[in-house]
Design a protein around this ligand. Structure first.
Ligand code: PLP
Length: 284
């Protein structure tokens, strides 16, 4: 298939990344995943805007415009004939002799954009039945608002969940729930949707932002405040959101059923609203 490398769309087979790419050696870069529904990009502008925000927070100059990136990504999706899938894109600080400090401004090293596409079906069965989660200590750094390439703590947490036969690890800092290893986390209590504030301890998910707006438009209280693992286990409903998982019900946490042990009414309502939003945004 085709990929994006720098400012071009090329055959994947002709592109080679240097051993001293700073993304490879230091995780010195940022990334995004954009969903494709029926060949159409969903909330692409929001993802590309966040890519620029992440880059700015690590003092990295992308040296392309958001508009150019969006055009390239749309073209890539078209050329690869993606139906239901995703675009993975990342920007690293480029290739330079390995030292921790940034390459000198006169070194001709520039940030390098790469992107490729995947076919990924919607997780329909799991959206219907709900999935299980474990809780795990959040051992990440203090800038989780940056969508950085450094994902080792997330990888370790997801692997722990997988080995426990679960879909996701819901992370907590000393008992305060932050987010999932690759998702945002929510509980529902007395009809209110509660989630961690969008500060440096979580990634402010694009799906989270869409959901906040849907709640607002539909009179569902969306409350951004910290809650504990104890609150999670005693909640009426629990769910997570992400670009690939959408609004995913969590029916068991650490082997204990949440509420009635099946997806709850508010979660179902949010799934319906989210699906309508997808259809609205991606209709031809
Ligand atoms: N939090 C983390 C740590 C993530 O990796 C992700 C995305 O994969 C999210 C939250 C959800 O963000 P989004 O809805 O933009 O996919």
């Amino acid at each position: 298939g085709k990929i994006i490398f720098g400012d071009q769309i090329l055959d994947r087979s002709v592109v080679h990344i240097d051993l001293e790419d700073r993304g490879y050696q230091f995780g010195d870069g940022v990334y995004e995943v954009i969903r494709v529904y029926g060949g159409k990009l969903f909330t692409a502008k929001e993802h590309i805007e966040r890519l620029f925000q992440s880059a700015k927070k690590i003092k990295m100059d992308i040296s392309m415009t958001p508009e150019r990136i969006e055009d390239l990504v749309a073209e890539l999706v078209k050329e690869n004939g993606v139906g239901f899938g995703s675009v993975y894109m990342q920007v690293t600080r480029g290739t330079a002799p390995r030292t921790h400090m940034f390459p000198k401004p006169d070194s001709q090293t520039t940030a390098v954009l790469t992107a490729y596409t995947n076919e990924v079906p919607r997780p329909e069965r799991q959206l219907e039945s709900g999935v299980d989660a474990i809780t795990a200590e959040d051992i990440r750094w203090l800038r989780c608002d940056i969508k950085s390439l450094n994902l080792l703590p997330n990888v370790l947490a997801k692997q722990e969940a997988t080995e426990a036969g679960c879909f996701e690890a819901i992370l907590h800092r000393s008992g305060i729930v932050t987010e999932g290893s690759s998702s945002n986390a929510y509980l529902v209590r007395n009809g209110e949707v509660i989630t961690h504030p969008a500060d440096n301890f979580i990634l402010n998910g694009i799906t989270r932002q869409v959901l906040a707006k849907l709640c607002q438009e539909n009179g569902i209280p969306f409350v951004e405040k910290a809650f504990g693992v104890v609150d999670l286990l005693q909640a009426d409903e629990v769910f997570i959101t992400s670009t690939t998982s959408e609004v995913m019900p969590i029916v068991k946490v650490d082997d204990k059923p949440i509420g009635a042990g099946k997806p709850g009414g508010v979660t179902r309502k949010l799934q319906t609203l989210f699906e309508a939003k997808i259809n609205e945004e991606t209709k031809v």
